[in-house]
Design a protein around this ligand. Structure first.
Ligand SMILES: *Cc1c(COP(=O)(O)O)cnc(C)c1O
Length: 427
């Protein structure tokens, strides 16, 4: 293990120091490798498909910053526009035209979004969308799906998915009830049982925190019509899928409209962003037009909007999505070959460039299935990759994300290293 200590010497030294001042050494728990074990790695910079750590190690990156780096890290056009904007002032706390331009770009890309508000994170987007749904319908209860992740607000952490928390008031827990992903009957049962109490059904159109789980055909359309039937709003949390699985998002891919849609991650080109939008008559319930409050010192700030505008302009070129599709297909073809020839217990779910290596005997369709995932073998796999210069999300259940900057040669290298990693894990 001497060589490992040398490889990560600086990171190991800083890991001790940072843990004295920041709980667990991280500002977001999954960064701490708590699932996969081992010392955290500190990064110095990121460019294109690559991450560079403090010890000088280079990684082909499949974390993609948990989603934002769809065009790779630091795309030149985004950096340039952000630098110009930064020099003019990153925040005014007053109107400017970048937020208008950004709103127009998102609205043009997503048919169900007629008006939009920008906030600073996916969590804020979801939290605000839920408040808006409650204000609009005059009802309190939210239906969400076990195992779906919607950020860290009380309302959505009330479920016991792979993320759970103490410190959530009983009232918040009681106001969120759980259905099963890919199971329309479980939703209809709840809508029946809680008749006239449901403000909204919120779903990740492609689940990204129990492996990647695609919606079965008719699941999203079924949710849409159940919401119509029972007078609940349909919220699609596209924080991860938005502008990732297709231009616009999963609702464009699956042709299902939401009442309110949440965005984040890939929308901002690396700037801290969240957004929620929907039908005019719903969005106009927000203050100052209406009666539902949402604000934010940094909401829609020029720097974030500049990052978003530059990103959406690049994403509007459909070649980005054909590259994302081709590279992810190449990766999966190579991995499928290795997995099938040895019958390794690994599933390969993906939707576009959002993918997962699921260490389980059978495909995962819902949260219950995801409990069969072998986190220990994944941890061994993760560390083999880390030591060989490939960075995956440090979690057996969270989606990995490829970028349009990954080259064919880098994908081949990744296939080679992962194939060796399977041998190392399974013999
Ligand atoms: C990441 C994520 C969130 C939370 O977004 P943050 O920017 O981390 O607050 C919410 N919903 C989904 C589907 C996500 O993937």
């Amino acid at each position: 293990m001497n060589s490992v200590r040398t490889r990560y010497a600086k990171s190991i030294a800083y890991a001790k120091r940072i843990a004295e001042v920041i709980p667990g050494g991280v500002d977001s728990p999954f960064r701490a490798f708590h699932e996969v074990g081992g010392d955290i790695v500190f990064f110095d910079r990121a460019k294109g498909s690559k991450l560079y750590d403090l010890d000088g190690n280079i990684y082909i990156d499949y974390l993609g910053a948990w989603g934002p780096a769809i065009l790779g890290h630091c795309p030149d056009a985004v950096v340039k526009k952000c630098q110009e904007t930064l020099a003019k002032g990153p925040v005014f706390g007053a109107p400017h035209i970048y937020e208008m331009e950004m709103a127009e770009l998102v609205i043009a890309a997503v048919p169900s979004v007629e008006k939009i508000r920008f906030v600073n994170s996916g969590t804020e987007a979801v939290m605000s969308a839920i408040r808006l749904a409650r204000g609009f319908t005059g009802k309190d209860t939210i239906i969400m799906f076990e195992g779906c992740y919607h950020g860290h607000s009380d309302a959505t952490l009330a479920s016991n998915g792979h993320q759970s928390s103490s410190g959530i008031p009983d009232g918040a827990r009681a106001a969120t009830i759980l259905a099963q992903f890919n199971n329309l009957n479980s939703v209809e049962d709840l809508l029946q049982k809680h008749k006239n109490q449901i403000a909204a059904v919120i779903v990740e159109p492609v689940a990204g925190s129990m492996g990647v789980v695609a919606p079965q055909s008719e699941f999203l359309a079924g949710l849409r019509s159940l919401c119509n039937q029972y007078g609940a709003l349909f919220i699609m949390d596209e924080v991860l899928t938005g502008f990732r699985v297709a231009f616009g998002g999963a609702q464009n891919l699956y042709q299902v409209d939401a009442d309110i849609t949440c965005f984040g991650k890939a929308l901002g080109g690396g700037m801290a962003i969240g957004a929620y939008g929907g039908r005019k008559h719903i969005m106009d319930r927000l203050q100052p037009e209406g009666d539902v409050y949402q604000a934010g010192t940094f909401s829609g700030n020029p720097l974030t909007m500049a990052g978003g505008i530059a990103t959406l302009e690049l994403l509007a070129d459909s070649r980005v999505y054909s590259t994302l599709e081709a590279r992810t297909a190449q990766l999966f073809a190579g991995l499928a070959k290795a997995i099938e020839s040895h019958n390794y217990p690994v599933q390969l779910p993906r939707v576009g460039s959002m993918f997962s290596l699921v260490f389980a005997q059978k495909p995962v369709q819902n949260f219950q299935d995801s409990l069969t995932i072998d986190a220990q073998t994944f941890a061994n796999f993760f560390h083999y990759l880390l030591d060989n210069g490939v960075y995956l999300p440090p979690s057996a259940v969270d989606a990995a994300c490829l970028s349009s900057e990954h080259s064919e040669a880098e994908i081949d290298t990744t296939i080679e290293i992962m194939t060796r990693a399977f041998k190392y894990c399974f013999g």
